[in-house]
Design a protein around this ligand. Structure first.
Ligand code: NAD
Ligand code: MG
Length: 395
């Protein structure tokens, strides 16, 4: 039977890759709802091709979308707006699967709404989980949502864990013979740059990732290694382990997407060409497998796989994220909010590359950490951290 899909953030990099998979499997999946923030022309093209029932945009874009849909004679697509619209489609009774692919904190409430509605939630929007960790995982448990990782590393780890891992007790310890999670990192575009050279790198250089083509925010995060820091926190929540059970391994080829070590000396790895279509297809169809256009891995072309430890002096963002996870409470939400502000400022050339982790560290020092036991407290810390980080830009 065909399943209905809602793509939050359809115009983004993950949104586009998801459409590619849906297009290949029209008998299995149909698109019910799509959401976009700014690229209305792209959204209209998607509506023309996939005929979703609902489209969600910010209220400032409703008129534009309406006119453009009318011009294409697409009169039966309902338009909803703003966060209320996002939450409505993410939790709609007509949706089976939600792809959470909005970037940043803006995705938190819609993703949580999908989880609370008990959907199969394909989680790309790592910031939502970093901010709300325990609350999101608890909601998934209570509402029987299937929260499946799309982030390539977490999807790899999920594939390497025992099938019954998620029924086991969530107490911060690895279980069922698992001893360590090895989270791989490409090292980003500046892996071989010196600290001196990092002072002068530009947004264009930061967004030129050697292995993956992604949105601008995650590209900068990959360059600072904050992406790996956010992923470390993401892994701790998804797999219910304390941070010391997650080791970051720099593997510049991005062929191994992460690994799981077991107490008997086994290390399981998931490998493949770096293409997000693989983890997206895996999460869509799990526990089945469906076809993608990703070519099979040719190991004769990749006969050198390297592994090193990350340089925490050059890339302090990873250290800050690990510390935030260890500290717990609101620290990950504070880290995430400050990082979003700093990355945006770097992309606008208001600050230098090395100022990104400085702003994050200073915000963590200034905002009081408390226990993160309600969504209100998390959203409040998010707002406060943004304000403080913003002030640092102008001071
Ligand atoms: P992107 O910038 O290409 O797309 C972001 C999407 O979110 C767009 O559709 C945009 O319209 C929407 N959006 C942006 N701001 C919004 C707002 N305020 N309100 C509502 N919608 C908004 O980003 P991406 O690369 O596709 O990444 C999306 C998420 O997936 C991020 O959390 C990222 O960390 C994660 N992720 C991406 C990749 C990748 O390969 N691109 C890999 C792993 C994880
Ligand atoms: Mg990743």
């Amino acid at each position: 039977m065909s399943q209905t899909v809602c793509i939050l953030g359809v115009t983004g990099s993950i949104g586009q890759s998801t459409l590619k998979i849906l297009q290949q499997h029209p008998e299995q999946y149909s698109l019910f709802a799509v959401t976009a923030y700014s690229r209305i022309d792209e959204l209209v093209e998607i509506c023309k091709q996939f005929r979703p029932k609902v489209a969600v945009v910010p209220s400032s874009k409703v008129d534009e979308l309406q006119k453009k849909l009318q011009a294409e004679n697409l009169l039966d697509i309902e338009i909803l707006q703003d966060e209320a619209g996002l939450i409505k489609v993410a939790s709609s009774a007509e949706v089976d699967i939600v792809m959470a692919a909005i970037v940043g904190a803006a995705g938190l409430l819609p993703t949580l709404a999908a989880v609370k509605a008990g959907k199969r939630v394909l989680l790309a929007n790592k910031e939502a989980l970093v901010m709300s960790g325990d609350i999101m995982m608890q909601a998934a448990h209570e509402h029987h949502a299937l929260l499946l990782p799309v982030d390539s590393e977490h999807n790899a780890i999920f594939q390497c864990l025992p099938q019954n891992y998620f029924q086991a007790e969530r107490n911060g310890q690895p279980k069922l013979g698992v001893s360590q999670i090895l989270l791989t990192a490409s090292g980003g575009p500046f892996l071989h740059q010196s600290l001196e050279e990092l002072k002068k790198v530009t947004p264009a250089q930061a967004c030129k990732h050697p292995n993956w083509s992604m949105g601008r925010k995650i590209s900068v995060d990959s360059a600072t290694l904050m992406n790996k820091g956010l992923e470390l926190i993401e892994a701790c929540h998804l797999f219910a382990v304390e941070e010391q059970f997650v080791t970051v391994v720099v593997h510049p080829q991005s062929i191994i997407h992460s690994m799981v070590q077991y107490v008997d000396g086994s290390t399981l790895a998931q490998m493949g060409n770096p293409d997000m279509c693989t983890p997206i297809a895996h999460a869509l169809a799990w526990p089945e497998r469906i076809q993608t256009n990703v070519p099979a891995l040719d190991l004769f072309l990749h006969n050198q796989l390297n592994f090193t430890a990350p340089d925490l002096i050059k890339f302090p963002a990873l250290r800050l994220a690990r510390e935030a996870m260890r500290e717990g409470g609101l620290a990950p939400a504070i880290l995430n909010a400050a990082n979003e502000i700093a990355v945006e400022a770097f992309l606008k050339e208001q600050i230098s590359f090395l100022q990104i982790p400085e702003i994050v560290e200073e915000t963590l020092n200034q905002v009081e950490n408390k226990s993160a036991n309600s969504l209100e407290l998390i959203l409040e810390a998010d707002q406060q951290s943004r304000k403080i980080a913003q002030q640092m830009l102008t001071s």
